[in-house]
Design a protein around this ligand. Structure first.
Ligand code: UDP
Length: 340
């Protein structure tokens, strides 16, 4: 949305589009033009700014005396231009690599993850911290996908264009329970939370939420890169984002958004991230079983419907799959030919 100072910001935190899936690019390109953008993040570590994911440049900044030796050891062990999850580095047989793993873990992951999830990195699915691996190269881009871009006029405009169709009605501020006949009687795609849909009958699934504090600054630029992470556990926020650096908007002043993760309180906060632990995933699977038997015509989709930590391209792909799946409920004569 455009804030009161005319700056395009993301109300729910920075959303950076990146993908390796051409079919997702092709689909979204029907609704938006793109601004080419490669995301870079730095973290404040003991008073110094270093690239995240932690890479060979970060090593030179944080451990200058040992950097050369460690870079050689990393390259000899894992190969040049590779990456390794931080939890694996910490378990390596080589003591110097283990120590390096512990250094990065304690400076970058421990405090940030505790703030973000209310759990330690070991308590959440290893896939979460593996999103930000140790990178054995000087590549300081946050993502390495071939397609990295922002919708040229913003996400709102992209979705407006997607929804602008005579057969689409948008009803905001309407609970799914308020829609005539309820959901279960019609083929339907539900992207709300699956536990809420079933009235929490198997207990609630855990989610994290986040609060965003926006500050408008009377200066042209504030940060060296669009996002600066603050992993220190004594600081309550996790990251600061300067939106103009993402969107490329030309303006004399700038707005930053500061992200404070918090617990999700049903009915009070927005679910932002499903907290995937062994126990919560097992509970989700029970909900999924319930959905299959009780509401076979409802397709659950999205971060909340599938209790999945989706990137945007995952969400779009799942949406495309759901759109195809729902057409199967149509009488055969109304189905597009490629669906069989
Ligand atoms: N993470 C961390 N320190 C960082 C960046 C990430 O500990 O500086 C961990 C944290 O647990 C986070 C996860 O890695 O939730 C995934 O990070 P990502 O940037 O993908 O999170 P998102 O942008 O989806 O919130």
């Amino acid at each position: 949305m455009i804030n009161e100072h005319g700056i395009l910001v993301h109300s729910y935190g920075p959303h950076i589009f990146h993908t390796r899936r051409q079919k997702v690019v092709d689909f979204l390109s029907r609704f938006t033009a793109w601004r080419s953008y490669e995301h870079r993040v730095m973290a404040l570590i003991e008073g110094r700014l270093a690239p995240v994911p932690f890479n060979l440049t970060s090593l030179e900044i944080c451990l200058p005396d040992k950097a050369l030796k460690l870079a050689k050891l990393l390259t000899d062990t894992f190969g040049k231009d590779t990456s390794i999850p931080i939890l694996s580095l910490r378990q390596h047989d080589n003591i110097a690599l283990r120590e390096l793993g512990n250094f990065v873990y304690s400076r970058i992951f421990l405090g940030y993850t505790q703030k973000q999830w209310g759990l330690s990195p070991e308590e959440i699915s290893p896939a979460v911290t593996a999103r930000v691996p140790f990178r054995i190269s000087h590549d300081d881009r946050y993502f390495t996908d071939f397609f990295q871009a922002m919708p040229k006029a913003g996400y709102t405009s992209m979705f407006e264009s997607m929804l602008s169709h005579p057969e689409i009605t948008v009803m905001l501020d309407t609970a799914f329970t308020d829609i005539a006949g309820g959901h279960a009687s019609l083929p339907c795609i539900h992207t709300g939370a699956i536990d809420e849909y079933f009235d929490f009958s198997l207990d609630s699934l855990p989610y994290r939420s986040a609060r965003f504090e926006f500050q408008h600054l009377r200066q042209q630029r504030h940060l060296p890169v669009a996002v600066v992470n603050e992993p220190d556990s004594d600081i309550p926020h996790t990251r600061v984002c300067e939106y103009r650096l993402l969107t490329g908007q030309d303006a004399p002043e700038t707005t930053v958004g500061i992200e404070f993760p918090c617990a999700h309180l049903p009915g009070k906060t927005q679910q932002s991230y499903p907290v995937r632990t062994e126990a919560s995933v097992a509970r989700y699977k029970e909900y999924k079983k319930m959905a299959r038997t009780r509401t076979p015509q409802t397709i659950f989709c999205g971060r909340l419907g599938s209790f999945c930590y989706y990137n945007m391209d995952d969400a779009v792909l799942a949406g495309m799959g759901a759109a195809k799946a729902i057409l199967r409920f149509l009488p055969p004569r109304n189905r597009p030919p490629d669906l069989g």
